[in-house]
Every structure is written in structure tokens, then in C-alpha cells.
Design a protein around this ligand. Structure first.
Ligand SMILES: [Zn+2]
Length: 57
């Protein structure tokens, strides 16, 4: 689950689409449009990008 740091809404990984810009990965909260930062851990054995949300950002 990902949590919006602005409004505390929670989303499953399949509910929001991660995006990337010059500053890195993020997802936009569907409820409030807040830009939530994500951190890439690289790719897993299947080539899927691993994105996590740090507890403090
Ligand atoms: Zn939000």
C-alpha cells in the first residue's frame, strides 16, 4: 500500500500509476493531487521496477 502524505488516503499498488520526472519517481494522489515521492530499488528478477515509499517522505 501507498499512503498519501497530504491527505492520508491509502492506495494499492495497482490503483495508482507511478510516474517519473527529473526529480525521480512519484505518484499523484487521486484524491488531492499531492505529489508523493517514491524511491526506486532497481528491478527484480522479472524485470519489474521496484518502487517503495519511505516512511518519512
Ligand atoms: Zn492525497
Amino acid at each position: 500500500m501507498w499512503t498519501c502524505r497530504n491527505c492520508d488516503a491509502r492506495y494499492g499498488f495497482d490503483q495508482v500509476a507511478p510516474e517519473v520526472d527529473d526529480h525521480g519517481f512519484f505518484f499523484l494522489c487521486p484524491a488531492c493531487d499531492y505529489k508523493n515521492k517514491l524511491v526506486s530499488l532497481g528491478r527484480d528478477a522479472n524485470g519489474n521496477l521496484q518502487l517503495v515509499q519511505r516512511d518519512d517522505e
